[in-house]
Design a protein around this ligand. Sequence first.
Ligand code: NDP
Length: 450
Amino acid sequence: MKKYDYDLIVIGAGSGGVRASRLSASYGAKVAIIEESRFGGTCVIRGCVPKKILVYGSLFASHFDDAKGFGWSITSASHDWESLILAKDKELNRLENIYINMLKNAGVDLITGKAVVRDSNKVEVEGRTYSAEKILVAVGGKPFVPDFPGKEFIITSNEALDLKSCPKNIIIVGGGYIALEFAGIFNSLGAKVEIILRSNKVLSGFDHDIRNTITSELEKRGVSIYNDQAIKSLKEDKSGKLKLDLGETILTSDKVMFATGRTPNTLKLGIKEVGVGLNKKGAVIVDDVNCSSIKSIFAIGDVTDRINLTPVAINEGRVFAERFFNNNPITLDYNNIASAVFSQPQIATVGLTEEQARINFEVNVFISRFNPMKNTISGRNEPTMMKIVVDKNTDKVLGCHMVGDDAAEIIQGFAIALKCGATKKQFDETVGIHPTSAEEFVTMREIKSQ
Ligand code: NDP
């Protein structure tokens, strides 16, 4: 008789947990997955997917504008927020069902309810205990909101995806991925958007040319950015308007959204109590095989707060299943992982920023700013910015950065080049596709003077 009910219990049916369960089951493991909310997790239910649907929906506003230059006359375009939200919800239901069916077809047992880890091999769900040789924690994270008077009036990305109507004005606190993506959505749908930063620029950690370009493009689109602000309080007046006190200024708005980072979902999970080591943010500390301080408990994805991106969690799930259930001890290379911000205009990046590269390398920097062909006819004043950072000594390309249409689609390809260690000479020898914006990445010749 088997010592445990399962070979593997996965807690959390998001992107990482689902990949780990399905793959482990396909290699013959007996697997259960526990989910307290909806199958699909942050990416499918509360993140990437619904956000991108709203981005697509909002982008039509600029498409209608641009169309005029090409001879279209659009007399009255209006947007119905409710229809967009309904369409989004329908798609999420479809995807959730696909996730559930994929798990069932893989032979994974689905358990719904709140999981609490009781010891190194036991998990309790609503009064029933299940045992497993290995427990994989893949519970993700949730929005972090700092404490301040009036915190109860704010919304986060969770609620922003399900608003009953599109706000006429919205204040967004934070200047990271989520803040800029929602600023783009609401701005394009006609809302007045104000961004509040505690620092002096959006997108900390990104290349400075990206940060400067997106700042001026957001401002051109009418988004106001308030730098170096500290939030004193938030109050609701009799008419339901919100008043955000920034000390010297009081801003009034229909909605105040916080996009001030995310925090690992480890509270009340029982793992701390059984001895799993957590860092100051509450993230599970894992070694290079995703093992926690308890040798039967592992963690992947946002709950480990390493690189908090869906494809990273998926690959961590894959690597986990390969190593422990397919006798294939592979590891994940965390270098040169590309990412995109679906702001308007879009941002994508792979490799080192100029600032990071200058710490250890002598660098050559190539920058191109140009008006894409479509804009010359539409009249849109929105230049694209592309940048390449190169190691002067080896000619290796260390980073590619872009702000402009299709940045994410373009940078994905260049991520492969960086993974292969491509040199600037090889970029130069690559024949471009004309007429595209992407060809600019293989035709930049002039080194930027410092
Ligand atoms: P980010 O870490 O990207 O940005 C957080 C922002 O909030 C920063 O501007 C930060 O300021 C600010 N901030 C943090 N704490 C406070 C505070 N106490 N008071 C005021 N401002 C504060 O977090 P997000 O919430 O935007 O996104 C979380 C993560 O989710 C991202 O880092 C990313 O990994 C992932 N994500 C990825 C997406 C994608 O791939 N397209 C989309 C959405 C999310 P400062 O700059 O000063 O630190």
